[in-house]
Design a protein. Structure first.
Length: 483
């Protein structure tokens, strides 16, 4: 039997039934990587010897009658996570030989759950792109069209899943880095509620792996089915044992509903700051039609939705204030000069990004207070709705574009160019307030490329969008093997 495209849930059942061993699954996965990854370039740091040893150990554990959530299941890990004995570079050539001595907390949790780690997946430089390429490991191609990007920054993980290189992967998300690659490659991903899954050890070299509560950024699961997302999230969720875990544990509420007909859903297909491409619009409406067909309450507008324009501006301010924290004094002073020259009437996202890079602490606190008002608005919205369905980016995967600086690139939306980073407004819709969001496949474009949408849920009610994703998978279909 071909096991490489089976779900983690199916693999676990087969392992428990004795239909296959972890050694067999691992050898088959490694053989597929060695055969196909020369073209895809998803697995940038293979760890096959240790994977085979872990698989042997998993089979021995099972032979003793023990079981664990992911026992014997082959998985991959985003390059940005520390794995003892393997390089963690974040694509930075100057840190090509940086080898941590300890696993990231999420890698430790994977191993404790019995997973077999096949290796690490490719990323963009410093994780700061919607594509995955860097000087050390090269470019990861989209399995559906090798001339197009797999997305970023968890593009290697999404490409690996779409190619059958392991059943699960773990990534991270600040600007859609889980959701965009899933959308581009036709797989599933979940951006958890901010703070639900600890990030210690998912850190740029040479920084120490400290239990820091990051702003905006999260770590989360990727898979080929919605149920597998929930399985992996259960492994990842829960406070860091060095800090919050001393005092409390996690107990997520169940999904609000178990049937599509009971869900109350707000559909958003347009953003005031950037158009939605026709292929993505079709995907959003395919989900909306499926919900209507099942009898769900579906609305297209609500006065409860926090202002998307202000939300996008706040997102850019908060995100870029973090991104610029490590800039040299000279560069920072130059940015201050450029920001001071902006017109007070300039409310473009370019201006917001520049202002964010030189944001004072006083202004950051003011922006954060405005964020809290948005969070309050979302709480009010989720008293009336259970989920929001909207795009992840305005287009399917675009052709590789490695030219010039990120600030000077553009995204083509149905033949019209827009600033490259403006497409992040959709990612920011969930990221800025810290809400959970599940990326699901929603069909294919006229060119045959995957199209995904995101299901945004209430804070700490991650099981609600995950359950909705599972129900929609049954209704409209899910992952398809790239042709």
């Amino acid at each position: 039997m071909e096991w490489n495209f089976q779900s983690a849930e199916e693999l676990a059942a087969a392992l428990r039934a004795g239909e296959v061993t972890s050694v067999e699954l691992t050898d088959e996965a490694i053989a597929r990587i060695e055969r196909d990854d020369k073209v895809i370039n998803a697995i940038c740091v293979p760890d096959f010897d240790r994977a085979r040893a872990a698989a042997r150990d998993a089979d021995q554990v099972r032979a003793r009658g023990e079981d664990r959530p992911l026992l014997g299941i082959p998985v991959t890990v985003k390059e940005s996570y520390n794995i003892a004995g393997l390089p963690t570079t974040w694509g930075m050539a100057q840190h090509a030989n940086h080898v941590p001595s300890e696993d990231a907390v999420q890698v430790s949790r994977l191993k404790a759950a019995g997973a077999v780690v096949l290796g690490k997946t490719n990323v963009p430089l410093m994780l700061r792109d919607i594509q995955s390429f860097n000087e050390i490991y090269g470019t990861t191609n989209n399995p559906w069209d090798h001339d197009r990007t797999s997305g970023g920054s968890s593009g290697g993980s999404a490409a690996a899943l779409a190619s059958g290189f392991g059943a699960l992967s773990i990534g991270s998300d600040l600007a859609g880095s889980l959701r965009t690659p899933a959308h581009f490659c036709g797989v599933y991903a979940h951006k958890p509620t901010l703070g639900l899954a600890p990030t210690r050890g998912m850190v740029a070299p040479p920084a120490h792996a400290l239990p820091i509560d990051l702003d905006l950024a999260v770590v989360g699961p990727m898979a080929r089915t919605a149920r597998d997302l929930a399985l992996l999230l259960d492994v990842m969720a829960g406070p860091d044992p060095l800090t919050h875990g001393v005092g409390y544990d996690v107990a997520l509420p169940p999904a609000r509903h178990e049937r599509l007909s009971d869900f109350r859903v707000l559909i958003i297909e347009d953003h005031p700051l950037i158009p939605t491409g026709s292929a993505v619009r079709t995907g959003v409406n395919r989900v909306a039609d499926a919900l209507v067909d099942e009898g769900a309450r579906v609305e297209r507008h609500s006065p409860l939705l926090p202002d998307p324009t202000e939300a996008a501006t706040l997102y850019m301010l908060l995100m870029l204030s973090n991104a610029a924290a490590g800039l040299s004094v000279d560069v920072y002073e130059q940015l201050q000069t450029h920001a001071a020259a902006l017109s007070a009437d300039d409310r473009s996202l370019d201006a917001a990004r520049l202002r964010g890079m030189v944001l004072s602490h006083r202004d950051w606190v003011e922006a954060n207070n405005r964020r809290e008002l948005h969070r309050h608005g979302w709480r009010q919205l989720f008293a009336e709705f259970d989920a929001v369905v909207c795009p992840i980016t305005p287009t399917p995967a675009f052709p590789h574009d490695h030219n010039g600086s990120l600030e000077n690139r553009h995204i083509d939306i149905d033949g019209v160019d827009y600033p490259y980073f403006d497409q992040l407004v959709w990612a920011g819709m969930a990221t800025m307030p810290g809400l959970p969001a599940t990326a699901i496949p929603a069909g294919r474009s006229p060119e045959g490329l995957p199209v995904g949408v995101q299901l945004i849920g209430p804070m700490f009610e991650d099981r609600t969008p995950l359950r909705l994703a599972e129900l929609l998978e049954r209704k409209i279909g899910g992952f398809q093997t790239p042709k």
